[in-house]
Structures are given as structure tokens and as C-alpha cells.
Design a protein. Structure first.
Length: 280
């Protein structure tokens, strides 16, 4: 019986020792992972990347040698997904997911969109799988950025800047939407229907500096159906852009009268801004 008990005790201890050996401690990744999402036109841009730190090292021209393909982060290669077509530095890019690689140089960086995703680093990178390559100029920063950062700046409905920032270097990539034709066709089709989206159509045409004659016609139609300071404001803005200051001022003054009657201080201010811009 003692021998049997000893045998079982050895089995239990062996199992505990094996379990302790097989388990690994939970520790944070040296390069944390981040996913950023930016609304862009009709779609979104989603980027997933790992964020290494400088840690006192020489980065570009050091651990990231000049002229060599870089994963643009750490761990797995950075991925970028476009839910709609976009334009990067003048190059049309279809919707989809790509690996984002770069080749740093002192005076010029090569930006690469590669068709193979889920790559570990750049070890299996093949330029034959590149979808797009283009070059941009790096910017030297006065203050060091310890952690590699990808971020969006100057984001509008039509364009934004994608910044890659690390150590004393920043690279900016200019992107534009590629959905104007789709949006315009949709607006024009809806404006032929019974329920016309005046609000959206007028605003889009004005903000994107499209056919002001068509936008003005829509405003005048909308004013007949729903008179108010809002449409007076857009009539004034559109007429001013078309160069007709006199009529623009008259429309804005009528908008102020309507806004004051409704005690709407915001539209008083906005219509007055048109008058001020017209120079009266």
C-alpha cells in the first residue's frame, strides 16, 4: 500500500511540474497592437499595426536600414483596409485589404501596398505581389516620438492625410475619396423622384463646388415647398459663389428676417456672415 501511495504521489507531482513548465506567464507585448478606423467618404479606412518604441536605439538608418523593406511597425505586417475605392497620392486603389510596407531612405520613402495580408514582418515579402508603389518625402521633426504612430489628420469628407510618425521622422500620405461620381449619380437620380432630398443635394453640391446653377434651381424649388431661413442661407451662399453679390445679400437679409421671427440666433448669424463676406 505504501508503494502504491508513493507511486500516485510521484504521478501527481509529475503532472504539476509538467503543467507549470507548459504554462507561460501573461506579459504585455513589447510592441502593443492598435487598430484605428477613419470614416472616409461613403466608407471607412481601417488600419491594424504594432507600435514599437525607440528605447534609445537608432531607428532609421539603424535597426531599420536605409533602402530595405520595412513592415511599417512591428510583429505582423501592417494592414490597411479600404471599404470603398480611394486615391492615394494620385493613384487609384480599389476597395480591399492590403499590407502596408515602406522603404525608408534619407530623402525619400517608398510606400508599398502589397496584395498578400497576414505576413509576419517582411520576411516573406515579394515585390511581385505589390499592387502599388509610390514615393513621398519625409519630414524631420524637432521633437522625438518614442512610440511609432499611425494617425489621420486634416480629415474631410473628400480627403485626409495619413501620417507615419516615429523618432524624428514623419511621412505624410495624401488620400482622396473616389466616390464623387457614385454620389452625384445617386443624388441626380433621387432628385428626379417624388421625394427630393433637397437638404443633402444642395449641401453636397455646394461643399464640393459642383454645378451651382443646378444647386440654385434646387434651392428655389425647396423655398417654394418649405420657406425658411435655412434655404435662404443656401440661396445666399450659392448666389455669392456665382458672383451675384446683390441678389446674395437680398437673400441673406430675407433669411435674417425669417430667423429673427423664429428667434433663431444661429441663422441670423450665418446669414449675416454671407452679407459680411459680400462686403456690405
Amino acid at each position: 500500500m505504501r508503494k502504491l501511495n508513493l507511486f500516485f504521489a510521484i504521478l501527481v507531482l509529475s503532472a504539476v511540474s509538467f503543467t507549470c513548465y507548459a504554462q507561460t506567464p501573461r506579459i504585455p507585448e513589447a510592441s502593443s497592437t492598435q487598430t484605428i478606423i477613419q470614416d472616409f467618404g461613403l466608407g471607412k479606412i481601417t488600419i491594424t499595426y504594432s507600435r514599437p518604441n525607440v528605447k534609445g536605439r537608432k531607428i532609421f538608418g539603424g535597426i531599420n536600414p536605409w533602402g530595405e523593406v520595412w513592415r511599417t511597425g512591428a510583429n505582423s505586417a501592417t494592414t490597411i483596409n479600404f471599404s470603398e475605392n480611394v486615391i492615394m497620392e494620385g493613384n487609384k486603389v480599389p476597395a480591399g485589404t492590403y499590407s502596408l510596407f515602406t522603404i525608408p531612405e534619407k530623402n525619400e520613402w517608398t510606400i508599398i501596398l502589397n496584395k498578400v495580408v497576414k505576413q509576419w514582418g517582411a520576411y516573406s515579402y515579394k515585390d511581385s505581389e505589390d499592387f502599388l508603389r509610390f514615393k513621398v518625402k519625409p519630414i524631420h521633426l524637432k521633437e522625438k516620438r518614442e512610440t511609432f504612430t499611425i494617425q489621420f489628420a486634416n480629415a474631410t469628407t473628400q480627403s485626409n492625410d495619413l501620417h507615419l510618425v516615429w523618432d524624428l521622422t514623419e511621412v505624410s500620405i495624401y488620400m482622396q475619396t473616389d466616390d464623387d461620381a457614385q454620389i452625384t449619380a445617386n443624388i441626380d437620380a433621387l432628385m428626379k423622384g417624388e421625394h427630393k432630398p433637397y437638404f443633402n443635394a444642395i449641401q453636397y453640391y455646394y461643399e464640393n463646388n459642383k454645378d451651382m446653377t443646378k444647386a440654385l434651381a434646387w434651392v428655389l424649388e425647396a423655398e417654394k415647398a418649405d420657406p425658411g431661413a435655412w434655404y435662404q442661407l443656401w440661396e445666399a451662399r450659392i448666389r455669392l459663389r456665382m458672383g451675384d453679390k446683390t441678389t446674395a445679400i437680398a437673400a441673406a437679409k430675407e433669411g435674417i428676417r425669417m430667423a429673427q421671427a423664429n428667434k433663431d440666433d444661429e441663422y441670423v448669424r450665418l446669414n449675416q456672415a454671407v452679407i459680411d463676406q459680400a462686403g456690405e
